[in-house]
Design a protein around this ligand. Structure first.
Ligand code: NAP
Length: 249
């Protein structure tokens, strides 16, 4: 069992997939979880299930690609939750295509949803953490941001950007005992990867590059993230943990 002493977490993209698994894992450890997603239905269902099973959760629908919406939402939240001790930047999208066919809109949507959102949340939620001299920030990057991936110029640039942001904020916040780490998933079975996982040819090709010869589960990412959010992980900062079945070693 990991230690969390009366902690509150904000998890973006908590409506489905990896973010849902992270929110549920933190809630099982007694953390009060603010579940953020784009649609009120998806974060609402996750928060309701956590509350129904004896945990504590609040749903919050925010478009994380909209900096002004994030600022308004965080300002409101801070009235109800003066201390948000844990921040998991997980919301993300893909708009894949080879560079010469990638539109400006596909570039901008991925950068604003996956990377600029992380900048806004770290700034707004990170400031009270530094004042409180305690905090855990985990940014969900990707092996695409480490290795690159043909067809994902926008996505791999956003994820590499998250890794740079993680390392810089780890240095900026270290004096205040706020740790900042990244988790870089490989291929995980979620809505984002359904088209590859359900395509026998595509999945066989992907699994050739995965030494453990299986796709990951959302729980594989949630387990690592929960550890990094726990009090036991207080001496770890500025690191990127690949959880990818050995793909990027
Ligand atoms: P997913 O199943 O598609 O879920 C994405 C979540 O992000 C949803 O809850 C969605 O909200 C939310 N979201 C997307 N755009 C948003 C926006 N503009 N505002 C607010 N919320 C938004 O994705 P996933 O596979 O769990 O991926 C989670 C993270 O892991 C992403 O950052 C992804 O890049 C990263 N990752 C995934 C894999 C993988 O193999 N799955 C691999 C590497 C990295 P709604 O529910 O409201 O739509």
């Amino acid at each position: 069992m990991l230690t969390f002493t009366h902690r509150t977490a904000l998890v973006t993209g908590a409506g489905r997939g990896i973010g849902k698994a992270i929110a549920e894992a933190l809630a099982r450890h007694g953390v009060a979880v603010i579940c953020v997603s784009k649609s009120a239905d998806s974060c609402g269902a996750v928060a309701a299930a956590i509350n129904a099973s004896g945990g504590k959760a609040k749903a919050l629908a925010v478009d994380v690609a909209d900096g002004a919406a994030i600022a308004k939402a965080v300002e409101e939240l801070q009235k109800e939750f003066p201390a948000i001790d844990i921040l998991v930047n997980n919301a993300g999208i893909t708009r894949d295509g080879l560079l010469f066919r990638m539109s400006d809109a596909d570039w901008n949507d991925v950068i604003s949803t996956n990377l600029t959102s992380c900048f806004h949340f770290c700034k707004l939620v990170g400031r009270p953490m530094t004042r409180a001299r305690y905090g855990r920030i985990v940014n969900i990057a990707s092996v695409s941001g480490i290795m690159g991936n043909a067809g994902q110029a926008n996505y791999s640039a956003a994820k590499a950007g998250m890794i740079g942001l993680t390392k810089t904020l780890a240095r900026e916040f270290a004096g205040r005992s706020v740790t900042v780490n990244a988790v870089a998933p490989g291929f995980i079975k979620t809505d984002m990867t359904t088209e590859f996982v359900n395509n026998p040819e595509a999945s066989a090709k992907i699994l050739e590059a995965v030494p453990l010869k299986r796709f990951g589960e959302a729980a594989d990412i949630a387990n690592m993230t929960a550890y990094l959010c726990s009090e036991e992980a207080g001496y770890i900062t500025g690191q990127v943990f690949t959880v990818d079945g050995g793909m990027a070693m």
